[in-house]
Design a protein around this ligand. Structure first.
Ligand code: CTP
Length: 409
């Protein structure tokens, strides 16, 4: 069993860090490192003033990619920095430090440098961490600008009080990098519907070994489970994906992926973390049986047994249902070859689920190894919701929205 990545609260979040010309720019290095340490992807845009205080090389080294400071990257080759692309790429722009000048430019929509252009074309929320001298900070112009920005929804990370570069003592020092990073985390927690919720998803098939090279398995591709993992993570959930042998990359914002091969391993992985989860979705096509005996070496033709005895595997979902607390919610899948409503209802009750997603192989385009699915969701209160044939990614988003409104108190 492999733990691919530990839990990072900002996993996959894209943050554009804008740095402007203040002595506090030296703290931006710690902030960039802190955001990366918490799992964020960081891109840095520096104003010319900022490069006087901290070098682009320092920042580029910390974030592992070049920083942007000019509209043109290589004037002679005609390469320009696409500020619109940067503005769209980010989930959040943090300007830290934000000088009085940049705050004023933001209020008036000025576009005199790359950072200002990024801010003007951004579709994502913006946070600023002002840093300036005491009198500049308390000046009515700055205070008015901050008020206007706040009214427009900009998150102002208040400066701290203490000795300032000028020798004065007062309010104006940029907030500490750890505090700004906490604020960034809080931002994602409050803005997304599944923020703070821990979601466990099982996906893919299991492989039950017969000998060193053969196994008992099924045709599950893992696509539906991965689409759900991605949709939950996009909505702010901390997703743990326990996954059988599949050939799929981990969706971007998923916090932890546990790769397993057999049902017994999947059960062990699920049991190790289910108690700390808020929500579980069992999407895996778990093999109900495994060969009673396996061999570490390859069976040759002459050694092949005539019959293979099977042993029952644990019902992972049933185990989750049995230990489910009042605060937890649990969803199962039922893949049926007939119309399936009655057996799905029976599974819902037998496994103590809050909802079950039924797909039937009678429907073209539904089920294993295809990119589309057509499902009916039944829940414990008797509600039935049908979803037309559609891409698994699209369907996953709709299921995640449905469960947020119908299953989470
Ligand atoms: N499941 C599980 N562990 C198993 C078998 C199934 O966690 N050993 C989960 C699947 O991930 C799915 C649900 O149970 O969410 C339904 O699986 P299915 O194979 O349809 O149900 P079974 O309980 O095996 O019932 P049956 O074979 O009688 O249809």
């Amino acid at each position: 069993m492999e733990l691919a990545s530990p839990s990072f609260p900002l996993s996959g979040r894209r943050i554009v860090l804008g740095i402007t010309g203040s002595i506090a720019a030296y703290k931006s290095a710690t902030l960039a490192r802190e955001l990366k340490r918490r799992g964020a992807q960081v891109r840095v845009v520096m104003t010319a003033g900022a490069t006087e205080f901290i070098t682009p090389l320092t920042m580029a080294t910390l974030i592992d990619r070049p920083v942007h400071s000019d509209f043109t990257e290589d004037e002679h080759a005609g390469v320009w920095t696409n500020h619109v692309e940067l503005g769209i790429w980010g989930d959040l722009i943090v300007v830290a430090p934000a000088t009085a000048n940049t705050l004023a430019a933001m209020v008036h929509g000025q576009c005199e440098n790359l950072l200002q252009a990024v801010l003007l074309s951004a579709r994502c929320p913006v946070a600023v961490a002002p840093a300036m001298d005491l009198d500049m900070f308390t000046h009515a112009s700055t205070q008015d600008n901050l008020r206007v920005l706040e009214e427009r929804g900009v998150d102002i990370v208040d400066p701290g009080t203490g000795p300032l570069a000028s020798g004065l003592v007062g309010k104006g020092r940029m907030a500490e990098p750890e505090d700004i990073a906490d604020r960034v985390e809080a931002h994602f927690q409050k803005t997304l519907p599944w923020s703070g919720k821990q979601v466990l998803i099982t996906a893919g098939p299991t492989h039950e070994p017969l000998d060193a090279v053969r196994f008992l398995g099924n045709r599950s591709s893992g696509k539906m489970g991965f689409a759900l993992a991605s949709a939950f993570a996009d909505q702010g959930a901390l997703v743990t994906l326990v996954v059988g042998p599949v050939n799929l990359p981990t969706p971007e914002r998923v916090h932890r992926r546990i790769d397993i091969s057999t049902a017994v391993d999947m059960n062990e992985a699920v049991q190790s973390c289910w108690a700390s989860m808020d929500f579980g979705v069992a999407c895996a096509a778990v093999s109900d049986f495994r060969p009673a005996q396996t061999s570490d070496i390859k069976w040759h033709r002459a050694d092949m047994p005539e019959t293979i005895a099977l042993k029952e595997n644990p019902d992972i979902l049933r185990g989750m249902g049995q230990s489910k607390t009042d605060a937890q919610r649990l969803v199962g899948f039922a893949l049926e070859t007939d119309e399936g409503l009655d057996s799905a209802k029976a599974k819902l009750a037998r496994k103590n689920l809050d909802a079950i997603v039924l797909n039937t192989l009678q429907d073209d385009g539904a089920g294993f190894a295809v990119d589309t699915n057509k499902v009916t969701v039944l829940d414990a209160s008797g509600r039935t919701v049908e979803f037309d044939l559609q891409a698994k990614d699209e369907l996953a988003q709709k299921l995640v929205d449905l469960w947020r409104t119908t299953l989470i108190p």
